[in-house]
Design a binder for this molecule. Sequence first.
Ligand code: SIN
Length: 547
Amino acid sequence: MREKKGLKADYVILGGGIAGMRAAIELAAAGSVLVLTKGDVHESNSQQAQGGIAAALADDDEVSLHYQDTLRAGDGLCSEQAVQMLVGQGPREIQRLIEWGMKFDRDGNKLAFTREGAHSRSRVLHAHGDSTGAQTMRALIAKARHLSGIEIRSHAFALDILMEGGAVTGVLYLDEKQGTVHSLSARSVLLATGGLGQVYQETTNPAVATGDGVALAYRAGALLSDLEFIQFHPTALFVKGAPRFLLSEALRGEGGILRNILLERFMPRYHEAGELAPRDVVSRSIVMEMQKTRSEFVYLDLTGLDAEHVKKRFPTIYSTCLQNNLDITQDLIPVRPAAHYSMGGVASDLDGATSVAGLYAAGEVAATGVHGANRLASNSLLEGLVFGARAAAAMTRPPCPASFPAPPRNEAVPCSAQQSTDPAALAPPEKLIALVRSVLWSKAGILRNGRDLSDAVKKLETLGLGPEIPPQRRAYEAMNVLTVGRLIARCALARRESRGAHYRTELPLKDDSRPPSHSYVRKGGGVFFAPSLPAPATASQSISRGR
Ligand code: SIN
């Protein structure tokens, strides 16, 4: 396909979810902003978010409590500074969102809050009951469309980051509607590409969540971090043949109970917080109950709740389940965990700077250390707002790569995350994606062990795309899924302990013999560990512009 040159923008944002749109709004006053979304602008994890946005705004709440809950859920691996920024700047971001037209649910005049797992207070804001993401995106997109200087281009799929002399100069992208490839130059590029759940066979994520940002950053030579930490949401609807529709944690926050197929309530046996234990604990407990009872699912039981309240509070969940012949006010709902969120991603400082000059990351694709080894429920939309705004502010300054820990001298064997070693194992895009997803689900899932992870690494090494690679989005997605799958398996094998969402059955404890460490990996290098991500150069700077 011929490449068209000459396109230019001051700032390019890849991804139109919450982090990307928040960043675009912040950047609008500083220059021309082009937001590229691979699908329709409404296709994103942010759009589908149900539960809500956590922020310490309730009368009985404090920022310090939100801080402590986030650190506790992160299981010793959170960057304390990142968490301070998140919980400290979060309430101001919520206020701004309200000024831009966001309508959170209220009890009378007051904001309504719900409780979710591992929160010590009811602090989760929601909108239209269970459509918080869609309502947030509606407010952000409307605000962005009002600002001159922001262009949103959909069906524009980023193929590669363009570089010169080690710094970013723009993006190469495929215009799917025209069938043309464009090279677009820019002062800086923000990765706000969201999640990677599609690397797993069972996921709550939409089809667009193929880990593109992580793969693009990897190919550009950026450092990646903590990719072994995949959060599995405990309650995805389990109906054979249907997608794993998310059943919000807020259902348990409102009193929903988990039962095994013998109808026994089991969570109190695993954790004192019962159904509202941290998400990693609930997911593991469900898998253990499934194994014990030889079942493929457990039940979520809402039948003890007021039926009218359930219908009003969760209208989308109610109607979606009804389409699957389940009345959630009367029937037990079959559920099981599914891949939901990636705590790791592109190593980024608190201003979104990555190890590559001019390349920034915010939202799920970024690894600032804010979530540690397990994200606290409903902290991710807040992350998109806070760190989207911070990254945008940083992008207006001269590009400067963040500094991260260097690999040790005796670095482990380099990991090849791109090439196949066996020409016979080359597969067309759909088949390759299915193979990767199956390997990750069966060997690098909720309960892992060294033997399976090692098998996964070997199997994924042999896979590849071919024999012809069509110049189509799906082919590039397949390459990205393979790259990300290989990296997750490598990092999970290298982490020889259990911590947060990474649970190895043969190593069930945390390694307390050394400080909690983040994993790092980059193209051409092996996985290495280092204690913590760096403090930002500009951590104390305000992001007041545009307020
Ligand atoms: C949910 O509604 O359970 C998802 C919220 C989240 O992932 O934070």
